[in-house]
Design a protein around this ligand. Structure first.
Ligand SMILES: [Zn+2]
Length: 80
């Protein structure tokens, strides 16, 4: 079985809120520390990804294409 992660549309989901960063507070957590990110930090990451050609921001995903879309993950039967 293959599962796909959700991803946030960078343009419509994040950068559209650039003038209202409070809308983005706590939308993401730092993967390393688990700390909730401020809206400004979410925006910064979105701009960085956009500059690399990403269209979406992958969430909790380590297998995505050049635009950020999840390529799918095989699940072991025992984990379902
Ligand atoms: Zn994924």
């Amino acid at each position: 079985m293959t599962t796909h992660h959700c991803a946030i549309d960078i343009g419509n989901g994040i950068i559209r809120h650039a003038r209202a960063p409070r809308n983005l507070d706590s939308m993401l957590k730092d993967a390393a520390t688990g700390r909730s990110l401020s809206g400004e930090e979410v925006l910064q990451r979105a701009f960085e990804l956009s500059a690399k050609g990403f269209e979406v921001m992958p969430i909790g995903c380590d297998n995505f294409d050049a635009k950020g879309y999840c390529l799918g993950h095989q699940q072991e039967a025992a984990q379902q």
